[in-house]
Design a protein around this ligand. Structure first.
Ligand code: HEM
Ligand code: HEM
Length: 203
């Protein structure tokens, strides 16, 4: 078995949760940005002769955004559980492991990128929970604000890694690693010899 069912379930749940977190990030910066929406609210309300202050417009725009942003926290908790599950798998998982030194340069880089993203996701989880619970942790608002700025900047690393990873696995699957994506679904190592139409299913 190349990839155990535990690791595969972790991978796809993690993919859904991380894509969801990136979705909330995207919405907060675009369609549900309070800066843009407070201006729209002020303009549209003044067209119907209702004048509101920029502070009031900000409050309304943030209220519109609040329901969406709750999902950031819900998915944040989900990521925290997935990180704990991944740490447990790190010690117990029996997926086929290839010796790092036997890999070519490309696969070494891919492997390092996975270790890197694990570290990034762990950082996002710890920093996210820290901001969320900063009062309970007795942390000053200023310090929580600094952590939030770092959390936000590191989020861009996730936003770059994910599309590169998806495109990378698709390209590998379409070229010299046919069946790579389905390996993450069924877990078996399948070598396709397309020219000869031979499929060799190695368990
Ligand atoms: C939705 C589209 C996605 C597809 C098709 C996909 C596909 C794959 C495939 C085929 C592998 C195995 C590659 C290999 O053996 O080198 C893999 C591994 C991995 N993927 Fe994804 N992935 C997706 C989304 C994500 C997302 C959103 C994340 C979040 C960061 C992610 C994180 C990882 C990690 C950390 C590994 C390494 C797993 C390990 O061996 O420890 N993937 N992915
Ligand atoms: C892939 C993982 C994550 C990404 C990409 C991400 C992204 C972001 C971004 C971009 C912001 C700044 C938003 C802004 O001020 O415009 C933010 C804030 C925040 N994130 Fe995350 N985050 C992730 C994981 C988490 C986790 C695991 C938690 C834990 C609950 C969390 C909780 C928070 C909190 C509490 C804030 C501050 C919200 C506020 O001040 O209104 N995040 N996140």
């Amino acid at each position: 078995m190349k990839c155990t069912v535990g690791l595969r379930i972790w991978h796809w749940l993690n993919a859904i949760v991380v894509l969801g977190l990136l979705g909330t990030f995207f919405l907060r910066k675009t369609f549900l940005s309070w800066r843009t929406n407070s201006e729209i609210l002020m303009t549209k309300l003044s067209e119907i002769d209702i004048e509101i202050t920029s502070k009031q417009a900000e409050m309304l725009a943030k209220a519109v955004r609040a329901g969406m942003w709750e999902w950031h926290i819900i998915l944040g908790y989900a990521l925290a559980f997935l990180m704990l599950y991944r740490i447990y798998l790190f010690f117990t998982d029996t997926s086929e492991k290839v010796d790092f030194s036997s890999l070519d340069m490309h696969h070494k880089a891919v492997k390092i990128s996975y270790y890197f993203i694990y570290a990034v996701l762990l950082f996002m989880t710890v920093s996210g929970l820290t901001i969320h619970f900063h009062q309970e942790l007795g942390m000053s608002k200023d310090f929580a604000g600094t952590i939030k700025d770092i959390h936000e900047n590191v989020a861009y690393v996730v936003a770059v890694f994910v599309p590169l990873h998806i495109v990378g696995t698709f390209v590998a699957d379409a070229t010299d690693e046919k069946g790579l994506v389905s390996t993450m679904i069924h877990g078996k190592k399948i070598i396709y010899k397309v020219e000869e139409n031979i499929v060799n299913d190695k368990d």
